[in-house]
Design a protein around this ligand. Sequence first.
Ligand SMILES: Cc1cc2nc3c(=O)[nH]c(=O)nc-3n(C[C@H](O)[C@H](O)[C@H](O)COP(=O)(O)O)c2cc1C
Length: 213
Amino acid sequence: MVIPEAGLRLKNIGKLDMSVGDAIYSLRAIRRLKPDPIPDEDLWTVLDAARQAPNGSNQQDWHFVVIRDPEIRRQFGALFRKAWWAKRNDAGYFKPEDLPDHFRSAMGLADAIGESPVIVLACAMNLGFRESVIPATQNLLLAARALGIGGTITSLHPSVDGSIKELLQIPGSVEIVYCVPLGYPKGDFGPVTRKPLAEIVSEDAWGSAQRSL
Ligand SMILES: Cc1cc2nc3c(=O)[nH]c(=O)nc-3n(C[C@H](O)[C@H](O)[C@H](O)COP(=O)(O)O)c2cc1C
């Protein structure tokens, strides 16, 4: 793949012209994705947005593995499903009927992630850099949102780490922090449901802001 560099900054600022507010307030987890391909140019835009993120001492020890090949996506999809169920098993759930309702949508993604047109693995090149991959991944998702591309942050499971690294030739020393499927949404972007501010904010001392904010 040919990755462009020159002129990306100005071009992308122009393309990402959705208001920050609109992007933040409509960025929900999009798990049902159309198989339609994402144009290269848009993919470079979201990756370029990711690397603008703050990061520890500006070391930029992150790496983004983009999976687009259909056969690799299929193989990755099977491993992702295994990882997803390993996480559920760890929590005591062993079959679909056991799962609380809030897992339904994530289970659907676990079954279908290999059909996402693009899967990005956001990686930390060394121990201690994982925290810096977090803001980069959020930047990536916000930029994707501005381009009408949906996705969600997902995590994997240690039991599949070796197989995924083997599949994608990722060095053992690298930490795969997040797996982000990307594609055009089958549903809509939209508002998210979150706890009221008064429940999660304190002023000056813990628990002190139980008033209308
Ligand atoms: C660290 C982290 C791990 C997550 N792991 C998964 C996952 O494995 N599978 C999944 O479908 N969603 C995953 N999510 C997405 C969350 O379930 C989602 O952000 C949350 O339910 C809020 O959804 P909403 O933004 O649509 O309201 C993860 C999110 C975060 C921040």
